[in-house]
Design a protein around this ligand. Structure first.
Ligand SMILES: [Zn+2]
Length: 300
């Protein structure tokens, strides 16, 4: 069970770089996960003598011209699609609005069920398809809305921006867990040797948070916060009065769907775990809400 992320940002803000680095902060593959990935790559004919066992999380970034069959699998020779090749890793869809609508629509079922069912004349074939989805897009047609670029500014009208965003279908948006705006770094910041957290340290924190979750769900049939159903959410995402008020206010102001409401609670639990907080604090719930905020004023 992995998160679905949508990155907004002006051209050249490093969305692709960010996405490609993402597998390096995920926990290392377990032996079982490596086996699953290796099996997929083996039957797809991607293994050679030099690579006989895959122990790194896959990163797949198909171009927006990809066909339905190449994305989800199938075709005459029944090949695994990109979503299966991304199993236990990352599927990066850059310029998501450029993908054909009917191609994106076929992602809905695997995003829900983490497997893909391909109908054949002889019956249905099922492939694994459990991956982190990272989609990326510009925030507006010209690309520079809310950008901090010193040389370029957005010249789109509000109407044009709305029309552009409307291209993403509601059900697809509702399945996204995290919306994040990526600001371009100007050259001074890039040259400044910043002491940002490196991938190895982030991975350590992610693994620490994972371990908290393994312990939490030791005696249940799930492994991580993202898999919590309503019962577990009520048990492990207890909010104090202040946090409850904040979430209620967000709910009322933006008409959150039930799905979005529970996604915020699960995400807040994970943020609290990353911060080693036993209870969900105000800052955790506010951060989780931020990730569903969209271009400052719209919330999905
Ligand atoms: Zn613009």
């Amino acid at each position: 069970m992995y998160y679905k992320i949508l990155l907004f940002g002006p051209p050249g803000s490093g969305k692709t770089m960010l996405a490609s680095r993402f597998p390096t902060i995920l926990p290392q593959l377990t032996y079982e996960e490596s086996l699953e990935v290796t099996k997929i790559y083996s039957v797809s004919g991607y293994l050679d003598e030099e690579t006989s066992f895959i122990n790194l999380r896959p990163f797949r970034n198909p171009h927006y011209t990809i066909s339905k069959a190449a994305l989800i699998g199938g075709g005459n020779d029944l090949r695994a699609g990109e979503i299966t090749l991304a199993h236990n890793g990352v599927l990066f869809l850059d310029e998501i609005l450029e993908f054909k609508k009917n191609v994106l629509e076929v992602l809905r079922q695997p995003l829900e069920e983490h497997i893909v069912k391909i109908a054949r004349a002889s019956g249905t074939v099922t492939y694994p398809a459990n991956f982190t989805l990272i989609a990326a897009m510009n925030p507006c047609p010209c690309g520079y809305f809310l950008s901090n670029s010193p040389t370029k500014s957005c010249n789109c009208t509000e109407f044009e921006r709305r029309k552009y965003m409307d291209k993403l279908s509601g059900p697809m948006l509702d399945r996204i867990d995290i919306y994040s705006f990526v600001q371009g770094l100007d050259y001074r910041e890039i040259n400044k040797s910043t002491s940002g957290e490196n991938s190895r340290d982030i991975r350590k924190r992610v693994e620490m948070a994972r371990n908290i979750q393994y312990k939490r769900f030791e005696n249940s049939n799930i492994k991580c916060n993202a898999q919590m159903n309503k019962k577990y959410i009520n048990q492990y995402c207890v909010l104090d009065e202040e946090c409850k008020k904040i979430l209620q206010k967000t709910h009322d102001a933006y008409g959150l769907s039930t799905r979005a409401y529970y996604k915020i609670l699960k995400l807040a639990r994970t943020i609290a775990d990353l911060n080693k907080n036993e209870n969900i604090y105000k800052s955790d719930i506010i951060e989780a809400i931020q990730y569903r905020k969209f271009l400052n004023k719209n919330i999905i």
